[in-house]
Write a protein that binds this ligand. Sequence first.
Ligand code: N01
Length: 485
Amino acid sequence: MGSTPFRVAVIGAGASGIAAGVRLRQAAVAFDIFERADDVGGTWRDNRYPGLACDVPSHLYRYSFAPNAEWSHEYSPAAEIHAYFRKVAGDLGVLDHVRLSNEMETAEYVGDGLWRVVTSQGDQGLYNAVILATGILHQMVLPDIPGRDSFAGAAFHSSRWDQELDIASKRVGVIGTGSTATQIVPAIVDQVASVSLFQRTPQWISPVPNNAFSEEKKQQFRDHPQKMGELYAFLNDVFNNRFASALVGANDEALAEMARACRENLENNVHDPDLRRRLTPDYQTGCKRLIVSDKFYPAIQKDNAHLVDTPIAGIEPGGVRTKDGALHELDVIVYATGFDPFAFFRPAVITGRNGVTLNERWKDSCQAYRSVAVPDFPNLFFIGGPNSPIGNFSYLRTAEVQIGYAMQLVRMLADGKGREIEPTREATETFNAEVSEAIRHTVWATGGCTSWYFDKQGNVVSWPWTYARFEADLGAPRMDELKVA
Ligand code: N01
């Protein structure tokens, strides 16, 4: 780049890309954000299914630099969250840097501290650093069910909800019983002719209500912003020190309390013993991503709701056939079958030092250094990379911690204190050996279930320690674990 000014490419304009943009602006570092879609907001732009609300409380699911007194609910709906991200991006000057409908296709390390980023609109810029803010749960998984394409009605993944479709009086099948399906069923049950929920595995459900904030409460937040700070501190304590610690074997009392609350929820709120038995998981609470809902059990007990727990044999033009031979006739099938959390930046191709691609490096296992960097890929920083704490915390806080880490190294590069920074192989191997050891103590591994937290090789996508350790480990770069040239 010679005399060209220092510049950073950010890939993705979702929650983490917007936060990266805010920090880069504050640091007066030049940058471009490439976004494949025609709007910012990532997951909150893509997911528009009925009933969608964030299952992390709104006053926790917000940027530290943009508290929001206007949240309508303790767990606010998707459209409001999307509007929040757009507003922050606009108010803080990030939108001016976003190139919409301009997908990064390749990023290639060309040496001397420079990356060439090639995009779908033909950009071929050189950048001194790349921040990959490409999200985690966005590449949908469609189930490999025989005959899937033969269905005669409307069929789509939950993240591609057909907004034009009028589901009133339709017979709707929902496949899957994760956070998504358990939000969709209560939201549609009163509109449709029938809803059939195809359950492969029952879920533990924590009965958390979703109350609206009164106008008085919002006014209090406006007048006294410190009250939002106090609420944040309280929620953060519950999530990080109780819930998240419980999952990684660091708070057994909180895990037992969570299990008790879920079991009581099932026993007190599902009245028919046979239905209750079919909805009872045979694994430990917290092993799969915990679901929060006080609406699902009432919904699945309505007359027009059917829990189908006989395995699916196939899909036919008229509906779903189960292995007992029954045909469940349907007009609409919703695949609430989740996402591939190991897809990361794909389908882009990222090529590091000596022509090695990240796909080759990660063909067996997506391994990084402390969730943020990979040897041989200098000046490339992940937000939400492998072993990021996901599923248990506010992802916005996680993203801010990782951006804070990356920004310290970007600052060094921008100040000319090195042209290339990358983790050492030794430090990366040590970190991943520690992950393998730590994972054995988490309820994800010991709880007797399968979940999206693991890949086929048994590698975990999330952070297997406490959140306090995450913040400590990423608070400041360990320079003895990095190579600076
Ligand atoms: O997906 P999931 P999700 N035949 O992977 C089933 C976040 N999120 O979209 O358990 C039949 O959890 C599969 O069955 P099984 C949140 O972190 C957040 O619900 O593998 N069934 C499972 O029941 C969440 O954890 C929010 O046996 C099949 C379901 O599909 C993550 O996203 C809202 C099947 C997939 O569940 C993913 O949640 C929603 C098959 N062939 C999601 N294949 C909010 O914050 C899969 N299944 C609001």
